[in-house]
Ligand binder design. Structure first.
Ligand SMILES: [Fe+2]
Length: 372
């Protein structure tokens, strides 16, 4: 990419026939003497006798430089500059002024003039002033282009980095599914239950989409737990349990470099908190726990109970439902338990959990697919 330094070095002001110039003055003598002298230098020069006429000519022509007097009838130089800098920013603007009008010249600079020249002036000074104004205008335009290109390049690089991270996460999901076969079906079903609850609660499509991603990825951190522990048939030792409870934090650490995933990290981090504050990892309680985590907690536990695990067979749905009800207000948010009981029946009628798997190539802005 071109550097600022090289842009400055390469900014050669055009001269002579490449420059079309508009001279604005109410005194015909001044206009014609400037015009004649500039035409000798090879410039293409037009004349206007006031600001209004100049604006009309600027609309029709492609002028590199506007050279204007200040005191003119109908529309003065300051008003002309204000309009010209707004409507024709690519035209370099110079003010001609008498000594007595210095304050007005300052006003002109504030209103978009690149430079001013004091009357009477030598043509050598006029040429230098024109050249400087053209160079300054070209530099401003190139810096603007550079800024636009820079923003585009930064976005391209950010998207590329994001896509690398997303691919890495897809690989991690596959690795986790390979070492813990239960995870794949579990994540899909937790997503299905969570979205059914969220839809029943009337959450917005954006919140439902965040919940979908969080649900699919909620146990990603189990990639850090050994297969022996994940598939252990019996009860876990204290040390083994300490390993398992790290998975919400490990999962958020894995996902945190991806900007688009950052907003779902709290939901993942807190999906094992309890409503009474006795969960993990932060032991927060009640509505301190993100809503998405409270929803996932119900969905996660219900599916864990109704699935066959390494350490026990699946429990009947009535038993699992009774257990969810028993833990309403202690482990779970009672409002969400009520919604879940209602939403669960609709799921059994309508839903296919396989639609909730993480799609290959899915990017963080995948479409929302709420349960009907
Ligand atoms: Fe979990």
């Amino acid at each position: 990419m071109q550097s600022r330094k090289s842009i400055i070095e390469e900014t050669e002001a055009p001269w002579g026939k490449d420059v079309r110039l508009l001279v604005v003055d109410d005194e015909e003598f001044i206009r014609s003497i400037i015009r004649e002298r500039l035409e000798i230098e090879g410039f293409s020069v037009d004349e206007a006798q006031n600001g209004l006429q100049a604006l009309a000519m600027l609309r029709d022509g492609d002028y590199s430089v506007l050279l204007t007097d200040i005191r003119m009838p109908e529309m003065d130089g300051v008003a002309l500059l204000r309009e010209a800098s707004r409507l024709f920013p690519d035209t370099a603007r110079i003010v001609m002024t008498a000594n007595a009008e210095l304050e007005t010249a300052v006003a002109a600079l504030k209103n978009g003039a690149y430079d001013y020249i004091l009357k009477p002036f030598s043509f050598d000074i006029l040429f230098v002033t024109i050249q400087n104004a053209i160079r300054k205008q070209a530099l401003e335009r190139q810096l603007h282009d550079y800024q636009v290109n820079l923003e585009t390049r930064v976005k391209e690089q950010t998207d590329l980095i994001n896509s690398f991270y997303v691919r890495s996460i897809q690989s991690l999901i596959k690795a986790l599914e390979a070492k813990d076969l239960y995870t794949r079906g579990h994540s899909q079903r937790v997503t299905m239950y969570s979205m059914a609850i969220a839809t029943e609660m009337g959450l917005s499509p954006a919140h439902i989409e965040d919940l979908r991603r969080a649900s699919i990825l909620h146990d990603l951190g189990k990639i850090g737990v050994t297969e022996t522990i994940l598939n252990k048939p019996g009860k876990l030792t204290r040390e083994e349990f300490d390993e398992v409870v790290k998975h919400p934090e490990v999962g958020t650490q894995i996902l945190s470099p991806i900007p688009d995933f950052r907003k779902i990290l709290p939901a993942i981090l807190h999906h094992h908190e309890r409503f009474d504050g006795c969960g993990y990892p932060k032991r927060i309680a009640g509505t301190e726990i993100p809503l998405a985590s409270r929803i996932m907690a119900v969905a996660d536990t219900y599916d864990a109970m109704t699935s066959t695990r390494a350490y026990r067979p699946a429990l009947p749905e009535e038993v699992a439902t009774a257990e969810i009800l028993r833990c309403s207000g202690s482990q779970f948010d009672p409002e969400i338990v009520s919604v879940f009981l209602f939403a669960k029946d609709k799921i059994q009628e309508n839903s296919d959990p396989s639609q909730y798997e993480w799609q290959d190539g899915e990017f963080p802005d995948g479409e929302c697919r709420p349960v009907n």
